[in-house]
Design a binder for this molecule. Structure first.
Ligand code: CUA
Length: 389
C-alpha cells in the first residue's frame, strides 16, 4: 500500500539522492551542447573532440552520469531534448521581448506618475500642451508595435516549422504510442517489439549524430494526453486521429510524464516513463524484447493457472497458447519493467503479489478486475510472471 501513496520514482528524495552532486557539471555541459547545436557546428570534428574531452573529464557529467537518474521534477524550463529545447528557446526570447516592452511601458508610466503627481498649492493649473492629431506620436505608437508583432509571428512560425517539419536521418527510431485507459501500449514497428508504459529510447549525445525518435500517438478508447515536459510539449492522444511528435533526448536518465487529459478514474496514474539510455543498451533492450518468452518448465503450473484464470484473454505472452489478449499490457517480458500498473508502484515482489490479489488496491478504478485468486493461485501465477524476463 505504501507504494500507492508514492508512485514509483516520484518521491522527492529520489532526485535529491542522485542528482545533487552532478547538477552543475551537467548544466555546463548542456550549455556547451546547446551553444554548439545552435551554431550548427555539430559536424566539425574539432567540436566533437571537445565534446568527448568534456564527457571524459567532467565528473558526474553526461558520460559518467548514472542512466538510472530519475528526473522526477518535471520542469518545462529544464529541457533535455530537442523539441523541448526549441520551445524553451522561443519562450525565453518571447519573454525577453515582452520584458523589454514591460520595462519601457512601466518605466514611462512610473516616470509620469512621479513627475506629474499632485503637488497641492504649487500645482501648475494651466492646460497641458495638446498633442491630438500629432502624426509623429500616432506613427510612434503604431509602427513599432506592428513590427514587434511581426517579429513575434516570425519567431513563432520558425519554431512551428522547425518542430513540425523535421528532417530525419535514416537512423530515426519509429515508435507507436497507443493510449488505453489507463496505460500506454508501445510498438517499435521496425523491430517488431511490443512493450508497455516504459519507453526505452537511445540518447543523442552529439548533435552531429542524432538518433531522433519519431512517434505516432493513437488512442484505443477515449482522449488522452501525452506529456513528458523535459522532452517535448504536450499533445492530445485522440481516437481515430493520429498525432505525430518526435523527441531527441541528449541526456541519459529516466523521465517521468503524465496523461494530461482527464480520461477516467485512474487518469492521474496513467504515468509515462521514458528511459533514455546509451545506444548499445537500447539495442540490448530491443534484443531482449524480441526474444521469445522464457518457457521455464518449473513454473508450468503457474502458466496453467494464468491461462485457466483467463489472464490470457487480456494479456499477451508471445508464443503462449491462450495468452493473446490485447486489452491489457503485453506481458512477454514483464520482468524487464521497473514499475507496475503504468508507473503506479515499483515492480517488486510485495507489489506484484498485491496486484495479483486485487489490482484495485494499488490502482482503484483500473480496468483489471479482482480475479478473486486464492493464495495458492497467487503464488503459482506470481512464480510464473517472475520468469518472464
Ligand atoms: Cu489517459 Cu488521462
Amino acid at each position: 500500500m505504501k507504494a500507492a501513496h508514492h508512485p514509483a520514482g516520484r518521491d522527492t528524495d529520489v532526485i535529491e539522492g542522485t542528482s545533487r552532486n552532478v547538477q552543475w557539471p551537467n548544466c555546463l555541459f548542456l550549455l556547451i551542447l546547446r551553444i554548439c547545436s545552435a551554431l550548427k557546428y555539430g559536424r566539425e570534428k574539432l567540436i566533437r573532440r571537445v565534446f568527448l574531452l568534456i564527457i571524459g573529464t567532467l565528473p558526474g557529467n553526461l558520460g559518467a552520469q548514472p542512466a538510472d537518474q530519475v528526473h522526477a521534477v518535471q520542469n518545462i524550463f529544464h529541457p533535455l531534448s530537442k523539441p523541448a529545447e526549441i520551445l524553451d528557446d522561443t519562450a525565453r526570447l518571447v519573454l525577453l521581448i515582452c520584458l523589454v516592452i514591460f520595462l519601457i511601458v512601466g518605466g514611462l508610466l512610473l516616470y509620469s506618475v512621479v513627475r506629474f503627481r499632485h503637488r497641492g498649492a504649487e500645482d501648475d493649473t494651466s492646460e497641458p500642451s495638446q498633442v491630438y492629431g500629432s502624426n509623429a506620436i500616432e506613427l510612434a505608437w503604431t509602427i513599432p508595435p506592428i513590427l514587434i508583432v511581426i517579429v513575434l509571428v516570425l519567431i513563432t512560425a520558425r519554431t512551428v516549422g522547425e518542430i513540425s517539419n523535421p528532417q530525419f536521418s535514416k537512423n530515426v527510431v519509429q515508435l507507436r504510442v497507443i493510449g488505453h485507459r489507463f496505460w500506454w501500449e508501445l510498438q517499435y514497428p521496425d523491430y517488431g517489439v511490443t512493450a508497455a508504459n516504459e519507453i526505452h529510447v537511445p540518447v543523442s549525445y552529439l548533435p552531429s549524430t542524432p538518433r531522433p525518435i519519431q512517434m505516432t500517438l493513437d488512442s484505443a478508447d477515449v482522449a488522452h494526453g501525452f506529456w513528458v515536459p523535459e522532452l517535448n510539449g504536450k499533445l492530445w492522444v485522440v481516437p481515430n486521429h493520429r498525432n505525430m511528435m518526435w523527441i531527441q533526448p541528449s541526456v541519459l536518465g529516466i523521465y517521468l510524464g503524465n496523461c494530461t487529459v482527464l480520461c477516467g478514474d485512474q487518469h492521474a496514474n496513467m504515468l509515462i516513463r521514458v528511459i533514455v539510455e546509451p545506444p548499445e543498451d537500447f539495442e540490448k533492450w530491443i534484443a531482449g524484447q524480441k526474444a521469445p518468452a522464457v518457457a521455464d518448465p518449473s513454473v508450468e503450473d503457474g502458466r496453467r493457472e494464468f491461462i485457466e484464470n483467463s489472464c490470457g484473454t487480456c494479456h499477451q505472452i508471445a508464443g503462449t497458447p491462450g495468452a493473446n489478449g490485447v486489452f491489457g499490457p503485453d506481458l512477454t517480458h514483464f520482468m524487464s519493467r521497473q514499475t507496475l500498473g503504468s508507473g503506479v508502484a515499483d515492480n517488486n515482489d510485495e507489489n506484484l503479489r498485491s496486484w495479483l490479489r486485487d489490482p484495485q488496491v494499488l490502482k482503484p478504478g483500473c480496468l483489471m478486475p479482482n480475479m478473486k485468486l486464492d493464495d495458492k493461485e497467487v503464488d503459482l501465477i506470481f512464480a510464473y510472471l517472475k520468469t518472464l524476463k
